[in-house]
Structure formats: structure tokens, C-alpha cells
Design a protein around this ligand. Structure first.
Ligand code: PLP
Length: 372
């Protein structure tokens, strides 16, 4: 196989070897349905329980507060649909992922009150603005933990405290944050949190929603009594085990990974500066380590992405879900980047498996394309 430099970890990550190995029995001989009462279901049932405990511990929750879903998108949809069914107004941000924005648009069409918060030029929400917008007595404030395009980390604990002052619930789409930055849902006051395994070296097609104990939230997927009767569907034990293993691994390595990624990021920026490359670095100082959004005036982001691809370097122009759309990303629009720069933007998202050689190749690759 051709060697590549993979730097699109915000789109998806490589499955951890340990997670892969732990999944194998449940993909072959341990195929029992965890909901059945007979002995053959004992092992998958135990694995399900253990995975729930592991995940809860990693994010500072209780096991009964973790509900397995098919992905981050489902978790976000569940939250928005629940708010709509509960007739709760929603305040969210203009830079959310489409997994939040699209259901919010639908909820609005269905009569739900939905308001979008603006962001500063580095992609930060104003807590004061959020407070002003929560004017009704009971609603849902939903702000993503970290942005998928520019990596900006929001003041989540402060936003949660403000929501509670107003008698509102606080949800965060933490798909880009879980497994990459410390999260403790109880101490941060988070009521609901969405996560997705493939963003933290787990398998694709599995995620979870953390729902604080005591919150009554209507189901999205109805059917059997799985997930404490709140999310129907036969449990995907192999993927759930893979997700728990990957999260446990990343949580144990978190400080090391964050430091490693910050060093790689600094090395990349230093190399670009040494090469005299002209760029604008988007986002905030407080961001997910390794998430680097760069804008260029001399070349379009898409052209740069394809030229790097020919050199075996994989980066993206924005979020994976947006990359088929040619219009300017809603995130870059919201942070107020001018159109030429927005069109000349690439996202380099480094992961724990990247090396110094990788970032040297990326910097050299960008320089070569721009000098052509
Ligand atoms: N939320 C954010 C912030 C994301 O970055 C993504 C995926 O890129 C999602 C939600 C959707 O997650 P999934 O791919 O698991 O549906």
C-alpha cells in the first residue's frame, strides 16, 4: 500500500489496534444477542455493561447516564427532537455541525423557537449573549465543545452554569472533544453530551449520548427495550467494546497526546514561517491540539488539497460533510473571514499517530505547491 501522510483526523481516525483486537470475539463467536436471558448472551451482556462503565468513568458520568447510539449525528438529532417534542426553545450557535443545524432548521419549521448565537473572529461564543438570548423560562442551550473546522474550544462550564441560572438545560456536541481534551460532565455541569467513536480511534457507526440522571427525554428510535427503554435496536456489542477501549486508551494517554500534538502543530507553523509561506491561521489559542485551519490567498483550498493529495498528503478543505459542497463553509462565514481567504482554506487535523516526519512533509508539500 502507498504510504500516506494522513492529516484529516477531524474527519475520522485510524482504529486503535487494541480496540480492533477487543472487538474481534464479538464479530465472530460471541455473537449472542445481549437482550436474551440465556447463558449464551452472558458474555456480550457483560461486555456491554463493562463498556458502559468504562465510558462513564472516562467522562465523569454514571453508567446509567450513557446511552449508545449509531453515531454523533444520531445523538445530536435525539437532543434536538427531544427539545422540540418538549416544546422547549433552543439557543444554539451559528458554527454547530450540520448534525445540529439541520435538525434545528426542521424544528424551527415545525414551530420551535430556535435562535443562533454569533461568534467572535476566533470562533468563541459570548456567554453574555447566550444569557440574553435565554429569555423564556425553560429551554435548551446547545453549544459545541470544540469546533470541527477551526478547533476552537468553548467556555462550556460557564455556559452550562449560565443555562442553569436561567432554568435551562445545557447540551454540548463534544464529537471533536471527547478523547482529546479533559471532560468531566458532572463537574462541568453538562446535562447532555454527544460523542462519536470514530473521532477518537474507535470504530465508525457507533456513538453515545450522555443524559444526566433525572432528565426525562423522549426517545428518538422507538422499538425494543434496549438502553433502559430509551433507545431501541439490538446493541452493536463489537463496536461498543471498540469505542470503550479506544476512549479508555485515549483518556489514559491524554496528557501525552495533547503535548505531542501541540509540539507537532508548533513545528508545522515554524516550518511554514521558515519557508516564508504566507497564510492566515484561523481559530483561537484555546483549541483542540492538532487542529490547524490555514487560509491562503494564492491558491484555492480545494486545489491545494488535491495537489497535496497527489503527493500522498491527506488534508481537507473543511468539515468532511461539507467538502462536497462548493459554497463557503458556514463556520468561516460566521467568524467573518473574507471570501478569498475562506475559499483558500485547508484544515490540517493531526492525530496521535502523526510524527515529526509527517508535519515536515506537510510543510514542505505546502511550500512546494505554493512555489510552483
Ligand atoms: N458533530 C461534530 C462536531 C462533528 O465533527 C461530526 C462529524 O464530523 C458530527 C457531529 C457527526 O458525527 P458522526 O460522523 O458520528 O455522525
Amino acid at each position: 500500500m502507498k504510504t500516506i501522510v494522513y492529516a484529516d483526523n477531524a474527519a475520522t481516525t485510524r482504529l486503535s489496534q487494541k480496540a480492533y483486537e477487543r472487538m474481534l470475539p464479538y464479530l465472530s463467536y460471541e455473537y449472542g444477542n445481549a437482550s436474551q436471558p440465556y447463558s449464551f448472551a452472558r458474555s456480550p451482556k457483560r461486555a456491554l455493561k463493562q463498556a458502559r462503565e468504562t465510558i462513564a468513568e472516562c467522562i465523569g458520568a454514571l453508567p446509567e447516564e450513557i446511552f449508545f447510539t449509531s453515531c454523533g449525528t444520531e445523538s445530536d438529532n435525539w437532543v434536538v427532537e427531544g427539545a422540540r417534542k418538549n416544546n422547549m426553545p433552543i439557543v444554539t450557535s451559528s458554527i454547530e455541525h450540520h448534525a445540529m443545524l439541520r435538525p434545528c432548521e426542521q424544528a424551527f419549521k415545525d414551530g420551535c423557537d430556535v435562535v443562533y448565537l454569533s461568534v467572535s473572529c476566533d470562533g468563541l461564543i459570548s456567554v453574555a449573549e447566550a444569557k440574553r438570548m435565554m429569555s423564556l423560562p425553560n429551554g435548551l442551550l446547545s453549544v459545541m465543545f470544540a469546533n470541527n473546522e477551526i478547533g476552537t474550544i468553548q467556555p462550556v462550564a460557564e455556559l452550562a452554569a449560565t443555562a442553569h441560572e436561567k432554568g435551562w438545560l445545557f447540551h454540548t456536541d463534544a464529537v471533536q472533544a471527547v478523547g482529546h481534551t479533559p471532560i468531566s460532565v458532572h463537574s462541568m455541569g453538562i446535562d447532555m453530551l454527544s460523542a462519536s467513536a470514530h473521532k477518537f480511534n474507535g470504530p465508525k457507526g457507533i456513538g453515545f449520548l450522555y443524559l444526566r440522571k433525572g432528565i426525562e427525554w423522549p426517545s428518538l428510535i422507538k422499538g425494543g427495550a434496549q438502553e433502559f427503554g430509551c433507545r431501541a435496536g439490538t446493541e452493536n456489542i463489537a463496536s461498543i467494546v471498540g469505542m470503550a477501549t479506544a476512549l479508555e486508551e485515549n483518556t489514559a494517554q491524554m496528557n501525552h497526546n495533547m503535548e505531542h500534538l501541540s509540539c507537532l502543530e508548533k513545528r508545522l507553523i515554524d516550518s511554514l514561517n521558515t519557508f516564508g509561506v504566507k497564510y492566515v491561521h484561523n481559530g483561537s489559542d484555546n483549541h483542540i491540539a492538532g487542529n490547524i485551519s490555514l487560509s491562503f490567498t494564492e491558491i484555492g483550498g480545494e486545489a491545494l488539497m488535491h495537489c497535496l493529495d497527489l503527493k500522498g498528503i491527506i488534508v481537507s478543505t473543511g468539515s468532511a460533510c461539507d467538502s462536497k459542497e462548493t459554497q463557503i463553509s458556514h463556520v468561516l462565514k460566521a467568524v467573518g473571514i473574507d471570501e478569498v481567504l475562506a475559499k483558500g482554506t485547508i484544515r490540517i487535523s493531526l492525530g496521535k499517530y502523526n510524527t515529526t516526519e509527517d508535519v515536515d512533509a506537510i510543510a514542505y508539500g505546502i511550500k512546494s505547491v505554493l512555489n510552483r
